[in-house]
Design a protein. Structure first.
Lengths: 701, 76
């Protein structure tokens, strides 16, 4: 019989907690979601002995159990609520050897909850270099638990930790820093009497977070409510609590922890002076951005082509293997292109995640935040908004999720609202084909290609749109929110390839599964709308055959005509014709209208839809055929080219500004917990796109 | 108000003597920004804000707005 226990890993950010998690679980891990919110939940398993298996949860990094963000809220709710499915049998607090004091603050809070808590001091391999000595045996006595020195990188101490965890039930559950006497004896004694089932500290936490406590009984809530204090009083108590905890910790460390500062080197100071220099700091950051964008496009193009070809072949193969019918159509025209449409972005997104992960692991990202905060604040954002804005150039969905560590709700909301303006990779195929159609392939001074410059201009436009709308939102949004900002500037580290690899893998997987579901669902709906229609649609073949009975057309030409006719009379064709009066002033006809509507699944669908509409076989990435077809498309009324400069520019600008991405809207709804903001994005960005495209077409035509 | 962290020059140190509780996030207190602790201004961001400080063994960046709510006495 194998027994399973639950272990939670808790610790400050940058303590190597995730490295330790990776060492303990190897690749036996999976990332899930906490219900209702999009915080990654990382769990893995590990065998402690023949009869004991552990399910380990890697909780988000936090400095304290008092939550100030969605991530930290998870830690709080996991540890305070015994009925939580992840409530641990034993907690491992992962601390970093250099800043043990601050790490022990969190440790003391968790210990006071009465949960068996082990202290794992990570990065122990650097003790000698940093001149640190720790008396582990004495520390164990003072903390009243087991302490183990580990190095997740050098893989030392892991087995020892496992042995300790095996005997988790022998660990003391006594509190470390009994807050009751030191803050207000009377108050806490009464709490203990009223709620003997909770530890004093747990009751205190519940009182401070009462609005969030949805897991206690009504009676318990009633009792806790009677102890509710004014906000100022609570803050005063929390202040006293913090002072008291550090007193206890300092007493303990004085005896057991010695640091000889002179032995440390000042690499951090030297690097900081260069990387946050008032000129070099920005130059270096700009260079890094250029390298990232260059790589995202240069490296990703080859695998993207493979994926594209592979899915085209898969669709062909499926068509050949299966008998013709509705199900085959659904597979070949709906599901396979839908899945392919998601996977095609994986290379770009993975490369971007790779860079972001490296920048974060090395500690450089927090320097960028430090460097950019004042500038971003002018636009109502935070230095921490830089990360979402950079990630947004791959895909807005993960970018919006990465805004979670912005403390101020106002700054975070503005960031979320403007991120979709940045030029995401789904806009690239649309830009590519339109630029090829309307911008001449000319070179200036040998190096500047006019088409490339146009693409660059569109990127700049997206960024300018993001910044200016942030500026505007900052002026109009009536949200009063204390803006506060704290960021730790961790030590510089050489990133571990294993950690980076796992991070990139997980984030990419989360994107494929999360965004993929939505994009796939919409592709299927669009397929249905495009392949069904009224009686005109059903009788398409007869109608066309009748019309062309006199002419000698080849079978494939005839089939193309039938497909074209079918689309025009399908449900989506009807929708396209219905909206035609609205989009006519922008220079579009009903066919472009269909492409616009289907782009709501994902922008890049535009190209594929036009390909179908113009009854051209979309052969892989060989856009020449679509391009030629689009070039020869003529306006039936004026007889002019359909995709002339005016229409092309109007479309480019429409795609630059419009919020055509259901996936992003869904994420914004989840992150802001309201329909208000995604609807504002949809209508606001949509109107802007419409107006700009209208002006462009009317002025250029 | 007298001296605060915001009045330090780069490289100068001080001892925290008082924090304006209603204006300081709890997180900062919990990270050890408490009366009696030594604080050093390591750097200012290029636009003079935020400030890069060392306090209680932590290296943190905070905005001037927050720093000015933490009273100190200067160390020579």
């Amino acid at each position: 019989m194998i027994k399973t226990i639950k272990i939670a890993l808790v610790g400050n950010p940058n303590t190597g907690k995730t490295s330790l998690f990776n060492q303990l679980t190897g690749l036996n891990q999976k990332v899930g979601n906490y219900p209702g919110i999009t915080v990654d939940k990382k769990q893995g398993t590990c065998h402690l002995s023949e009869h004991l298996k552990a399910v380990i949860t890697d909780l988000p990094g936090t400095y304290s159990i008092n939550p100030t963000s969605a991530d930290e809220d998870i830690v709080y709710k996991t540890l305070v609520n015994e009925k939580n499915p992840d409530f641990p049998d034993v907690v491992v607090v992962v601390a970093e050897v250099e800043n043990l004091k601050r790490n022990l603050f969190l440790f003391s809070q968790i210990k006071d909850l009465g949960i068996p808590t082990v202290l794992a001091i990570n990065m122990a391999d650097q003790m000698q270099r940093k001149g640190i000595t720790i008396d582990v045996a004495s520390l164990e006595k003072d903390l009243n638990t087991k302490v183990v020195l580990v190095s997740a990188r050098k893989k030392t101490g892991i087995e020892e930790l496992k042995t300790i965890l095996k005997d988790y039930d022998t660990l003391s559950t006594q509190s470390l820093a009994d807050i009751s006497q030191r803050i207000d004896g009377n108050f806490f004694v009464k709490i203990k009497e009223a709620l003997p089932q909770f530890s004093t500290y747990k009751s205190w936490l519940l009182i401070t977070q009462l609005a969030e406590a949805d897991f206690i009984t009504d009676q318990e809530r009633e009792t806790l409510l009677s102890f509710k204090k004014k906000k100022e009083k609570i803050k005063k108590f929390q202040h006293k609590e913090a002072i008291f905890r550090y007193q206890v910790i300092n007493e303990i460390l004085k005896k057991n922890y010695v640091i000889n500062r002179s032995e440390g080197s000042d690499l951090r100071g030297k690097l900081d002076r260069i990387l946050t220099h008032r000129i070099f700091g920005y130059v270096i950051f700009a260079l890094i951005l250029v390298i990232i964008f260059q790589s995202v496009f240069a490296w990703a193009s080859i695998p993207m082509e493979w994926i594209d070809t592979a899915f085209a072949q898969l669709a062909n193969y499926t068509q050949q293997q299966l008998t013709t019918g509705r199900f085959t159509d659904l597979l070949v025209e709906g599901v396979i292109p839908g899945v392919g449409g998601v996977l095609i972005f994986v290379p770009q997104i993975a490369i971007l995640f790779l860079f972001v992960a490296i920048l974060e692991e090395t500690g450089y990202m927090s320097r960028v935040v430090f460097l950019m905060d004042k500038i971003m604040r002018r636009y109502g954002m935070s230095g921490k908004s830089v990360i979402p804005l950079v990630s947004g150039t791959a895909c807005a969905i993960p970018a919006i999720m990465s805004s979670r560590n912005i403390e101020s709700w106002r700054e975070r909301l503005i960031t979320i609202l403007v991120v979709p303006f940045t030029t995401c990779s789904a806009r690239i195929p649309v830009y590519a084909i339109l630029i090829a159609l309307i911008i001449p392939d000319k070179h200036y001074f040998g190096i500047f290609n006019l088409q490339g410059l146009t693409l660059l201009a569109l990127y700049v436009l997206g960024f300018v749109a993001a910044i200016s709308s942030a500026y505007l939102l900052n002026k109009v949004l009536k949200i009063k929110n204390k803006s506060f900002f704290i960021i730790e500037l961790p030590n510089y580290k050489i990133p571990s390839p294993k950690n980076i690899g796992i991070t990139v893998l997980e984030k990419t997987k989360a994107f494929v599964l999360g965004a993929g579901k939505i994009i796939l669902a919409i592709s299927i709906v669009l397929w249905f709308l495009a392949s069904h229609g009224g009686s005109d649609f059903t009788n398409a073949e007869e109608t066309i055959q009748l019309e062309n009975s006199g002419k000698s057309l080849s079978v494939s030409e005839l089939n193309k005509k039938i497909a074209s006719y079918k689309l025009a009379h399908s449900y989506i064709g009807k929708i396209g014709k219905t909206i035609e009066p609205v989009i006519k002033p922008l220079g579009y006809d009903w066919k472009v209208g269909i492409a616009l509507i289907s782009s709501f699944a994902a922008r890049e669908v535009f190209v594929g839809t036009l390909a179908t509409i113009y009854s051209v076989e979309d052969k892989g990435n060989n856009s020449a055929t679509i391009k030629q077809r689009m070039q020869s498309e003529v306006d039936s009324v004026t007889g002019k080219k359909r995709f002339d400069f005016a229409t092309g520019m109007s479309l480019l600008l429409f795609y630059a500004f419009a919020m055509q991405c259901m996936g992003t809207l869904a994420i914004v709804k989840r992150e802001t917990r309201s329909w208000k903001w995604p609807i504002l994005q949809l209508t606001g960005m949509g109107s802007l796109a419409y107006i700009v495209a209208l002006l462009a077409f009317q002025m250029l035509k | 108000m007298g001296l605060s962290i915001a009045s330090l020059q780069v490289g100068e140190r001080g001892i925290i003597c008082d924090v304006a509780l209603d204006k300081i996030p709890l997180k900062l207190l919990e990270m050890g920004c408490l009366p009696g602790k030594e604080v050093e201004l390591l750097q200012k961001a290029p636009l003079k804000d935020p400030l890069y400080i060392r306090v209680n063994g932590s290296h943190l960046a905070i905005r001037v707005e927050t720093a000015s709510q933490i009273a100190i006495s200067k160390l020579q």
